[in-house]
Design a protein around this ligand. Structure first.
Ligand SMILES: C[S@@+](CC[C@H](N)C(=O)[O-])C[C@H]1O[C@@H](n2cnc3c(N)ncnc32)[C@H](O)[C@@H]1O
Length: 271
C-alpha cells in the first residue's frame, strides 16, 4: 500500500461515524479491561514524558494524563481528525496532554524525548512498520519503555450457521489493514529496530453469550461497514451474516474468541 493509499484508507475507516462506532466498542468492559491491563503493565509514573501513538478517541491518553499528573507530559499523535476531535474533548481538563495531527511513521519529536511510548492497535495499520519502529526507537530515551498491542485476526473463532460465509467476511475484513497477522513477526522487528528485553503476552477476547456490551457484537457493525460492497460481500450477504451471528444463542450458542498480543520492551543504549 502506498502512503497516499494508506491515508485514504485511514480517512474512510476513521471518518466521523466510524470513529464514534469504534469509540463505543472501546468502551465495552472487554476493551476497558485490556486497556487497564496495558497501562498497569507500562506503569507510567508521576512526572514522566509519554508518547501515545495513534491515540484514537483518547481513552488511553486520558488514563496516561492522570498517571503522569500535572508535572508530567503526554503527547498524543493521530492521523485522523475525527479521532483527534474525540480525544481532545475527552482530555480537555488535562493541560499536561498535547495533541498532534501527524503520521506516526515520521514523528516530529526530538531524539530521546520520551520516557515511555505506547501504541495499541496501530502498527498493524502502517504500511512501513519497520520505519515506524525505528522512529519509535529514536524518540524514546535509552532504557525507556515501550508497549505495543496488535491483533492476529487469524485467531478469530466466531460461531455461525454458515462457516463459508463467516470465512468470506473475515477474509474480506483482513483487507482493512496491511498486517492482519503482525504479532507473529513483531518480536523480531522490535529487536531489529533497537529494542531489548521483549516480553510477549496474549490477551484473549472471549464472548460466550450475545450481549451488545461486548467487543464482538460491537464489531459486527464495524466489520459490516467495511466489508459491505467488497468482493462477494453484498449488502444482503452482510445483513444475513449479522442476523445469523446475532441469533446464535437460539442455535448452538453464541461464541467469539480473538487473540490480541501485548509486547513490552526497552530501548537499547546507555542511560
Ligand atoms: C484501531 S484505532 C486504535 C486507537 C487507540 N490506540 C486505542 O487503542 O484506543 C487505530 C488508530 O490509529 C490511527 N492511525 C492509523 N495509521 C496512522 C498513522 N500512519 N499515523 C497516525 N495515526 C494512525 C487511526 O487514525 C486510529 O485512530
Amino acid at each position: 500500500m502506498t502512503s497516499s493509499g494508506h491515508r485514504d484508507s485511514i480517512r474512510s475507516q476513521f471518518n466521523a461515524g466510524a470513529s464514534k462506532r469504534i469509540e463505543a466498542v472501546y468502551l465495552t468492559p472487554d476493551v476497558v479491561k485490556q486497556r487497564e491491563h496495558a497501562i498497569q503493565r507500562l506503569a507510567p509514573q508521576s512526572g514522566e514524558h509519554v508518547l501515545d501513538i495513534g491515540c484514537g478517541p483518547g481513552l488511553t491518553t486520558l488514563a496516561l494524563g492522570a498517571a503522569v499528573g500535572p508535572d508530567g507530559l503526554v503527547h498524543a499523535v493521530d492521523i485522523s481528525e475525527p479521532m483527534l476531535a474525540l480525544a481532545r474533548n475527552r482530555c480537555a481538563n488535562q493541560p499536561q496532554v498535547h495533541f498532534e495531527h501527524q503520521d506516526v511513521t515520521l514523528l516530529p519529536h526530538a531524539d530521546g524525548a520520551f520516557d515511555i511510548a505506547l501504541a495499541t492497535q496501530v502498527y498493524e495499520y502502517l504500511p512501513d512498520v519497520d520505519q515506524a519502529l525505528r522512529e519509535l526507537r529514536r524518540v524514546v530515551r535509552p532504557g525507556g519503555r515501550v508497549l505495543l498491542v496488535d491483533t492476529d485476526w487469524e485467531s478469530a473463532v466466531w460461531a455461525s450457521r454458515d462457516d463459508a460465509r463467516m470465512r468470506q467476511v473475515l477474509e474480506t475484513w483482513n483487507q482493512h489493514i496491511p498486517w492482519p497477522q503482525l504479532p507473529r513477526q513483531l518480536q523480531q522487528r522490535l529487536l531489529r529496530a533497537g529494542f531489548t528485553d521483549v516480553e510477549v503476552e496474549v490477551m484473549p477476547l472471549l464472548n460466550t453469550r450475545f450481549d451488545r456490551q461486548t467487543y464482538s457484537v460491537g464489531m459486527l457493525e464495524v466489520i459490516g461497514a467495511f466489508v459491505r460492497g467488497r468482493g462477494e460481500c453484498t449488502a444482503q450477504m452482510v445483513e444475513d451474516w449479522q442476523a445469523d451471528v446475532c441469533s446464535m444463542d437460539e442455535h448452538t450458542g453464541y461464541f467469539f474468541s480473538l487473540n490480541r498480543y501485548l509486547f513490552s520492551a526497552r530501548a537499547t543504549g546507555r542511560l
